[in-house]
Ligand binder design. Structure first.
Ligand code: SAM
Length: 427
């Protein structure tokens, strides 16, 4: 067995790990995770075509590659050091790089063709593209008719960052090509985003035309105008009309893959080997960020919930292992929304070994963490999972699948907070 090899993690990052009960061995560089890729439009490919891709990847990579058991469309390449540009399947647009943990988060939505799906923090777009594939109702490329679009459903992506949204748009253009008529992107703040799911019939040019020219009191046609905030930044013509964007329908599925400190993403953390480990201090564990991020996550989760229809499913995920960004954000949410409104459902685990959520180890810890009066909330969380790289052999991830039983009352912004925030640290 190779000796453990921890990178020179800076003191405040180590403090962050201690505060969050994260085992530093996660970052042991002598343990290599496999590289994972995802087959684009895998639902349109036969088993034979996917097997052929695996063979091709194996030949290009010069190491073993195989389909990930139970996670449709994912391929594991044994050697993490393989570069995507080495692979002809990547250069041909047949695969994208995507960790299986991210796949499980998107698959936890159980998207079905016909669903209207909202992805509230969508860029750079790996999960958005997977969701688009899940909506695929097996139309032949380029033949999607108006009726086909209706049966397919829609994907609405939102991201606050213009340059990241631009990357997402490029990804859509590259992989969805002409077949992107059901996807739209907004550059907007997910905590306040309010554009509902597209109106039924949005895909029908005649219906859109009729609806965009309603009669005014005098019986003249008036043009329906979109206000600035509700205009998509990128969308096909029909999906960007006032008719599509001024609907009152809530979404069937909502993904809140929230902004986080990315400490569970080993690929991300390993980049500090080049950037300088000391930068982990400012970029990951900066004192202020430790407080602002869980508050932002709570607001994103709350707004995603507002936009979800009763009977629908929301997935909350982060690529952080921090309890403040995971259990405490989810716990705050469950404390605001009772059992008659929100219930956590099991996540389809698809053969990956997961770890339980963080809970206090004993009575003392419940007290020390100030959580004693939240035991009921923690017991409602037991279906959420952690993917701990030491156990799952994937990147780190927290995933909760929440079913909405009914709408609740709208909460004041000041009421939206995690169960607890990390101790503030003087710099
Ligand atoms: C973890 S990344 C999302 C990854 C993405 N879901 C994927 O699979 O490719 C978090 C994203 O949240 C975005 N973000 C941060 N604050 C936001 C906000 N207030 N509203 C919407 N997006 C936000 C960031 O720009 C970033 O792109």
């Amino acid at each position: 067995m190779s000796a453990s090899l921890l990178p020179p993690l800076p003191p405040s990052f180590c403090e962050f790990l201690r505060d969050n009960h994260i085992d530093a061995a996660v970052y042991d560089t002598s343990r290599k995770l496999p590289r994972y890729v995802r087959v684009i439009r895998y639902r349109q490919k036969s088993t034979q075509a996917i097997d052929d891709l695996v063979q091709q990847i194996q030949a290009d990579a010069g190491c073993r590659a195989y389909k990930v058991d139970g996670v449709p469309g994912f391929i594991e390449i044994e050697n993490q050091a393989v570069r995507l540009s080495q692979l002809s399947a990547y250069n041909n647009g047949d695969i994208v790089g995507m960790d299986v943990s991210s796949g499980i988060a998107a698959l936890a939505l159980s998207v079905e063709p016909g669903d209207n799906v909202l992805d509230l923090c969508c860029a750079p777009g790996a999960k958005l593209l997977l969701i688009a594939d899940l909506l695929d109702n097996n139309q032949e490329k380029g033949t999607t008719s108006v009726v086909g679009l209706e049966l397919r459903g829609t994907v609405t992506g939102v991201d606050i960052s213009l340059h990241r949204a631009a990357t997402c748009r490029s990804l859509i253009k590259k992989h969805a090509g002409k077949d992107k008529g059901f996807m739209r992107l907004f550059v907007d703040d997910g905590t306040t985003f309010a554009c509902k799911a597209p109106q039924p019939g949005w895909h029908d040019p005649q219906a859109v035309k009729a609806a965009s020219a309603p009669l005014n009191e005098g019986g003249d046609k008036v043009k329906c105008v979109l206000s600035g905030g509700s205009r998509p930044w990128f969308a096909p013509k029909l999906l960007s009309t006032a008719y599509a964007c001024s609907g009152t329908q809530l979404y069937d599925r909502v993904l809140v893959d929230a902004e986080c400190t990315h400490d569970g993403s080993l690929v991300h953390v390993q980049k500090y080997a080049q950037w300088g480990w000391e930068q982990l201090d400012t970029q990951v564990v900066d004192g202020n960020k430790q407080v602002t991020i869980p508050i932002l996550q709570s607001k994103l989760l709350e707004n995603g919930w507002r936009l979800l229809k009763p009977g629908g499913v929301l997935v909350y995920s982060t690529c952080s292992l921090s309890r403040y960004q995971n259990e405490f954000v989810l716990g705050g949410f469950l404390a605001r929304h009772g059992e008659d409104e929100a219930v956590l459902e099991p996540i389809p685990l698809l053969g990956i070994t997961t770890s339980p959520i963080w809970t206090p180890a004993d009575d003392d810890e419940w007290d020390r963490a100030g959580l004693s009066h939240h035991r009921a909330v923690f017991s409602r969380m037991c279906n959420a999972v952690r993917l701990d790289p030491l156990v799952s052999n994937t990147s780190g991830m927290f995933i909760a699948r929440i079913k909405k039983l009914q709408n609740g009352s709208r909460l004041e912004d000041s009421a939206i907070a995690p169960l607890a925030l990390p101790p503030s640290r003087e710099k």
